[in-house]
Design a binder for this molecule. Structure first.
Ligand SMILES: NC(=O)c1ccc[n+]([C@@H]2O[C@H](COP(=O)([O-])OP(=O)(O)OC[C@H]3O[C@@H](n4cnc5c(N)ncnc54)[C@H](O)[C@@H]3O)[C@@H](O)[C@H]2O)c1
Ligand SMILES: N[C@@H](CCC=O)C(=O)O
Length: 544
């Protein structure tokens, strides 16, 4: 058998295709959208080698066209979670003993399958199932997930290569990175197909086996991810995909003695509940479970009086309203100095007036639908409350309509109260709240930014004045895990800006970095002594 210290291909960020009119990628994507819309698929759970169909089905529809049926999935119950755990534990021995380069090859192959033959299919599934426009789907389901796979393979090898720097005379010190003892639970959100793919694969890459439960509203694209994993050669039982409601799944998972870790992305409330449950059950587990969770945000943009109004306005229109504000990183509160406010407002309103809203199949639409009725109703309530609040004014949007799809017009609220509820709470929709501060009170405004919300995920500062940038960078040290200077607070790129926040925004284990992969291994130190001593006595015990 061939043996060697193998190098892996150097990762590069997957180039983003632009889908311009007439481009081959646009034609291919449009054809795929038509194909997927013209059929109704039947989606099973994937447990071990089985495709499990329970007969208890739920339909899947585009959020922008909720009467159209894309297919149905089979919902499971607690018994399927048990089966998935057993399948994961059953596959564990072979998987963790497979040479690392074979695991690497599987995930590099998945990246190439996605970059090539599956790109249009996964993008189209994300566009239809999650209502992302072509560009938003491309940067998520194609490029970000390809990057996660390729960069994580590189980080995996760097982790394995890290060895103790010193071995004393007659000794060889080694460090072995063992997978966790048990199974890992990947609990994934609706809003990024790349995150849904990354949470199970990053832990699997390090030799773990996985029970994966996606959000119901992401199952349509999760099914394509599973197709890619299977074609890439992920063995049966390594990633088990179940569709069971969250609390039912949690009840089985968090009571199991072999539960070894959770890789979560989603809301802060769910994560805190999960953490508390694990704490309560801690005596039941063989090991202390790894708890990794990236959660909510209330992401800010603060402009200094020296900043360019147009740049600030564009950061707001893209940062707040791309994918309908349903990015954990979306700008949702802004602090604008009085001297540039009128210009920022004019540019922002011009941008918003030019944004078309509708289905993702029409490539001229910038704004699409929010994910589901529950989310629509929640966002509409914030808007209604703002209409009734004397301290705020809605200067754009404020309308919504769910007759065909869950459409909410991009909404801008201006508040006189910097602690107004929409400056503090995560809404997760196309709603931006702006507080106009006295242009000479920048430092006080920075304090407001830091203290207004419990979250600390992303944030951006705009200024031409370098002292102002330095002050903001220092004062907002703990206000964001991803901090942007003269840029919008969204769009982190794997390999360039590892992503994650602290405070109520998560454990900040930085998705798409070595820091994250380290959470899925448990190191064993091995010391080998070549010629062991044969006498217990120290030399100083001898007589002079
Ligand atoms: N920080 C980040 O990197 C990041 C990235 C993406 C999304 N998010 C956050 O995710 C949220 C949006 O995603 P979402 O609506 O899918 O989140 P969510 O918390 O509603 O759901 C996440 C997952 O948890 C499951 N779940 C829900 N309740 C549960 C329970 N009681 N027990 C066990 N599982 C349960 C869901 O079914 C889903 O699979 C936002 O808060 C957003 O900020 C954060
Ligand atoms: N990583 C993405 C956000 C993921 C959360 O939804 C960004 O940087 O915009």
């Amino acid at each position: 058998m061939l043996k060697g210290f193998f190098n892996v291909p150097t990762p590069h960020n997957e180039p983003v295709k632009n889908y311009a009119p007439g481009s081959p990628e646009r034609k291919e994507l449009q054809a795929m959208l038509q194909t997927l819309r013209s059929q109704q698929i039947d989606v099973p759970m994937y447990i071990g080698s089985e495709e499990v169909r329970t007969g208890k089905t739920r339909t899947m529809s585009p959020p922008h066209d909720h009467q159209h049926i894309l297919g149905q999935f089979h919902e499971g119950d607690a018994s399927h979670v048990e089966q998935a755990i057993n399948a994961a534990l059953g596959a564990k021995y072979a998987w963790e003993n497979m040479e690392w380069e074979q695991r690497a090859a599987i995930f590099l192959k998945a990246a190439d399958l996605l970059a090539g033959p599956y790109r249009a299919k996964l993008n189209a599934a994300t566009m239809l199932g999650q209502s992302k426009n072509a560009y938003q789907a491309e940067i998520d389901s194609a490029c970000e997930f390809i990057d996660f796979l390729r960069f994580n393979v590189k980080y995996m090898t760097e982790i394995y290569a890290q060895q103790p720097p010193v071995s004393g005379n007659g000794v060889w010190n080694r460090l072995e990175q063992r997978p966790l003892e048990g199974f890992v639970f990947a609990l994934t959100p609706f809003n990024f197909t790349a995150i849904a793919g990354n949470l199970p694969t990053s832990a699997a890459m390090m030799g773990n086996t996985i029970v994966w439960k996606p959000a119901y509203t992401q199952i349509y694209s999760a099914n394509v991810l599973m197709e890619i994993f299977k074609e890439a050669g992920v063995p049966d039982g390594v990633i088990n995909l179940v569709y069971v409601d969250g609390p039912t799944a949690g009840d089985v998972i968090f009571n199991h003695p072999d539960f070894a870790g959770i890789h979560f992305t989603g809301s802060t409330g769910v994560f805190q509940h999960v953490w508390k449950t694990i704490g309560t059950n801690i005596y039941k587990y063989k090991s202390y479970p790894r708890i990794v969770g990236e959660t909510g945000g209330k992401d800010f943009v603060i402009a200094h009086k020296s900043s360019h109004a147009k740049a600030v306005a564009v950061a707001l229109s893209r940062g707040a309203f791309e994918f309908q504000g349903q990015k954990c990183s979306a700008a949702s509160r802004a602090y604008i100095p009085s001297n540039i406010w009128e210009d920022v407002k004019t540019y922002l309103l011009e941008d918003l007036a030019s944004m078309k809203m509708g289905g993702t199949e029409d490539f001229t639409n910038f704004i699409n639908a929010v994910i589901d009725e529950k989310s629509f109703d929640k966002i509409a309530k914030y808007i209604d409350n703002a209409k009734a609040a004397p301290e705020v004014e809605i200067i754009a949007g404020g309308t919504y309509d769910k007759s065909k799809g869950y459409f909410i017009a991009p909404t801008v609220i201006v508040t006189k109260d910097p602690m107004y509820v929409t400056m503090q709470e995560e809404i997760f929709g196309p709603v931006l709240t702006i507080y106009v501060y006295h242009a000479e009170h920048f430092e006080e405004a920075l304090e407001l930014v830091d203290q207004t919300s419990p979250y600390a995920l992303t944030g951006a500062v705009f200024a031409q004045d370098r002292y102002a940038l330095e002050l903001a960078t220092k004062k907002l040290k703990n206000a964001a895990g991803n901090f942007y200077i003269n840029d919008k607070p969204t769009g982190a790129v794997v390999g360039q800006q590892p992503f994650g926040g602290a405070r109520a925004s998560g454990t900040n284990d930085k998705a798409g970095s070595m820091i994250n992969l380290l959470r899925w291994v448990s190191p064993r130190t091995i010391k080998e002594t070549f010629v062991p001593p044969v006498d217990y006595r120290y030399p100083f015990l001898g007589e002079d």
